[in-house]
Write a protein that binds this ligand. Structure first.
Ligand code: R1P
Length: 351
């Protein structure tokens, strides 16, 4: 830590930089592609406009932000590393560094549990569950009871479902289909499956190691309990959860009457996130805490097939990262996001 930090509740440096991502207002755009692997972020950033030259910030804690423009619209690509904790830092610290709506697409890798998603397929999950290890379970016990997941103290807990933002998900699917490259003509692109995000790559995803994880039946339990579950990774559930619970801005609150509300016009070709309407004073008060809506979806590249044990080749990874990465940028800039961010002083306004 090189800089002096103030405010223990939400730590920032004197010049307004958040503690872990190192960003300040004007360095992160309202449209964001988030990835795990920094090399994936760098690969996708090659599609950004040459001018203004993209801003690049590697934080002391390893978060990499690249902000520039794509087809003239400000956009950020942020590599966060792995796990729920890093997803939490990313969403919260970006949210506090931005005004207006946020549209976030996670482009990640994952494992597949179903034959419909072989290695190399793309899945845009409609919803997620979370799988967490239960630290109150006795992992030193000699055996795992067969009924253990139904017991009051199971070794793992499977959360209820949380949905992603469907308009953004379906829009991204359309763009992905429309930009399919040669060499991926037979790759499945699905938007009808559920994803499970686990708090470990190993134990909470049912992998067997020399640790006594009591997870032999976890994957079959997951498949039995969660209809449509097809993929396993580590971050998307938390992204969807934070987006879903974040206070809605006034334009998204249920309206008592729409009779006198004028219809908002949007630029042609833009996708509307919601049916926005003007704000009443009551609505503004109601959602004072909200800095804007958070729309989140994900596109996942199947790297591993847990049934066949297949693993993707490096060449197939490059092709999919380029394809899906470009589709994310394309989809985000065509998606309507209400930004109240001033261009003045921002890194994307610099030429
Ligand atoms: C595990 O290897 C990592 O890969 C997947 C998992 O969610 C986890 O972060 O995603 P990324 O490829 O985006 O990192």
């Amino acid at each position: 830590m090189k800089n002096r930090i103030t405010d223990a509740n939400f730590p920032r440096t004197g010049d307004g930089r958040v503690y872990h991502l190192g960003l300040r207002q004007g360095e992160v755009a309202n449209r964001i592609v988030t990835v795990g692997d920094p090399s994936r972020a760098r690969r996708i950033s090659k599609f950004l406009d040459a001018s203004p030259e993209p801003f690049v910030l590697q934080s002391e804690r390893g978060f990499l932000t690249i902000t520039g423009k794509y087809s003239g619209t400000p956009i950020s690509i942020i590599a966060i590393g792995m796990g729920i904790g890093n997803m939490d830092f990313f969403v919260r610290e970006c949210r506090e560094s931005l005004d207006g709506d946020m549209a976030i697409i996670r482009l990640g890798s994952c494992g597949s549990l179903v034959p419909e998603l072989p290695v190399g397929s793309l899945s845009l999950p409609k919803a997620c569950v979370g799988i967490t290890r239960n630290y109150d379970y006795d992992f030193t016990a000699a055996t795992t009871e067969s009924s253990t997941y139904r017991s009051s103290n199971p070794p793992y807990s499977i959360s209820r479902l949380v949905e992603g933002h469907q308009p953004l998900q379906l829009h991204l699917k359309e763009v992905t289909e429309a930009t399919r490259p040669e060499g991926a003509s037979d790759a499945a692109v699905r938007a009808d499956f559920v994803n499970a995000s686990a708090d470990s790559f190993y134990s909470s995803q049912g992998r067997q190691t020399s640790f006594p994880d009591h997870n032999e039946g976890l994957v079959s339990e997951l498949l039995e309990r969660v209809p449509g579950v097809a993929t396993l990774e580590m971050e998307t559930h938390h992204l969807f959860h934070l987006a879903a619970v974040y206070p809605k801005p006034p334009s998204e609150l249920p309206l008592k009457s729409t009779a006198s509300r004028p219809v908002l016009t949007r630029p042609e070709g833009e996708i509307s996130a919601t049916g926005s309407a003007p704000k009443s004073e009551t609505e503004q008060e109601h959602s004072r805490a909200s800095r804007g809506a958070i729309y989140a979806t994900a596109i996942q590249m199947i790297f591993a097939q847990r049934q066949s044990q297949d693993f993707i080749t490096p060449e197939e990874v490059v092709l999919r990262e380029n394809w899906a990465g470009k589709a994310c940028l394309e989809a985000l800039v065509k998606f309507n996001v209400q930004s109240t961010q001033p261009d003045e002083g921002s890194v994307w306004a610099k030429l």
